[in-house]
Write a protein that binds this ligand. Structure first.
Ligand SMILES: Cc1ncc(COP(=O)(O)O)c(C=O)c1O
Length: 382
């Protein structure tokens, strides 16, 4: 029998932990009431479960419960943060119209910002060097009196590099600029306390940290005003209309608790496995790491490989490995992140992203390295 496919795509999504599924179970069919129904006991119980989860998440992130706004995921949290802040500025009669992000941001940040740039705002997409790490001096030079917002992700979803959030926050704070951080790939994987770092707006997503799909949070610092982007009810302090998904919220709180509990040990173990994988494939020669080796997520390795054609490599690996290619995020187009690092389209399309996870084993990593060796050797011979 063929070996099972090895899942190494944990930046795309993670499996929902059985303990999380168990925590969510009663809230689907038994205790199904709407937490907005305050006139009966089942509704009040659902509301209490939501507030308990909100409190747990707030404590885990070092913020007040009122700072936690539930959304459908990081995409929606980013939209609420970016468009909500810009619209609030317009409504308040403010004059700041300049927005800045890195050219390597996720589409869930780039697209809302580009939308705003078509509606009266000016956007700077700051280039990054081959390391993928922001040049703080360049960032400082690009800030203006009219800058409203800087958005920089905590951990890059493709190359895993970790941006210097505290230093960026300091540059922003000194100029009265709001700092938004897309933390989808970072929360639960590295220590990240938004208030301590000076982050005004932090987006996160449960399915990136072994929780359910369809739930996320925007953490909003006190004093930050946003215009709601969904209208239709007064839920979430009027910031996000719509009935709250109680099971998903309970699941997010549980997943975050579990992720923070094993985070240091998991990172240490996965970093060792990640290096085992790197050493397993670098011997092929012509294998290049994309982005700085450090600081980066312990469970991410992104490489491009000389002398092979991207789509042929994918075809060879597909029966054995669930990994993402340099073109996976953009429907066949080579990754904008890898191209921003200076890779050509052809190099970027011969890239592989390995995302290790909580349940990845050393045996799987050995097998994955062998599969890559076999595929690359065969393609080079041909
Ligand atoms: C950095 C980053 N931001 C945002 C998202 C979107 O998150 P969600 O699936 O929760 O909308 C992702 C997921 O691909 C991501 O990696």
């Amino acid at each position: 029998m063929a070996d099972p496919v090895i899942y190494l795509d944990h930046q795309a999504t993670t499996p929902c932990e059985p303990a999380v599924v168990q925590a969510m179970a009663p809230w689907w069919s038994e205790q199904f009431a709407n937490p907005a129904s305050r006139s009966h006991r089942p509704g009040l119980l659902a509301a209490a479960a939501v507030e308990q989860a909100r409190g747990q998440i707030a404590t885990a992130l070092g913020v007040e419960p009122a700072a936690v706004v539930f959304t459908s995921g990081a995409t929606e949290a980013n939209n609420l943060a970016l468009k909500g802040l810009a619209e609030a500025e317009l409504q308040a009669g403010g004059s700041r119209r300049h927005l800045l992000c890195l050219s390597t941001e996720h589409r869930a940040v780039l697209d809302p910002l580009r939308y705003l740039s078509r509606h009266g705002f000016e956007l700077t997409e700051l280039a990054v060097p081959a390391s993928g790490l922001v040049d703080l001096e360049q960032l400082g030079q690009q800030l203006r009196p009219s800058t409203l917002l800087v958005s920089v992700m905590a951990a890059n979803n493709e190359i895993g590099v970790l941006q210097p959030l505290g230093a960026i926050a300091e540059l922003c704070r000194a100029r009265g600029i709001r700092f938004h951080c897309d933390g989808a790939q970072a929360v639960g994987h590295i220590p990240l306390q938004p208030a301590e770092l000076g982050i005004d707006l932090l987006s996160l997503s449960a399915h990136k940290l072994y929780g359910p799909k369809g739930i996320g949070v925007l953490v909003v610092a006190p004093g930050v005003t946003l215009a709601p982007q969904l209208h239709g009810g007064s839920q979430e302090q009027g910031l996000r209309a719509g009935s709250l998904p109680v099971p998903l919220i309970v699941g997010l709180a549980k997943a975050l608790e579990l992720a923070l509990a094993d985070q240091p040990a998991r990172a240490q173990r996965l970093e060792a496995l990640r290096e085992q994988l790197w050493h397993g494939i670098e011997g092929l020669g012509g294998v290049h790491r994309n982005g700085a080796a450090a600081p980066r997520l312990a469970h991410n390795l992104n490489v491009w490989i000389e002398g092979v054609e991207g789509s042929a490599l994918q075809r060879q690996l597909r029966p054995h490995l669930a990994i993402s290619s340099g073109s996976a995020c953009s429907q066949g187009e080579p990754s904008h992140v890898l191209q921003a690092l200076g890779l050509s389209r052809q190099q970027a399309s011969a890239a592989l992203r390995f995302g290790l996870g909580r349940h990845t084993t050393a045996a799987e990593i050995d097998r994955a390295a062998e599969r890559v060796q076999e595929a690359v050797s065969a393609l080079r011979r041909a």
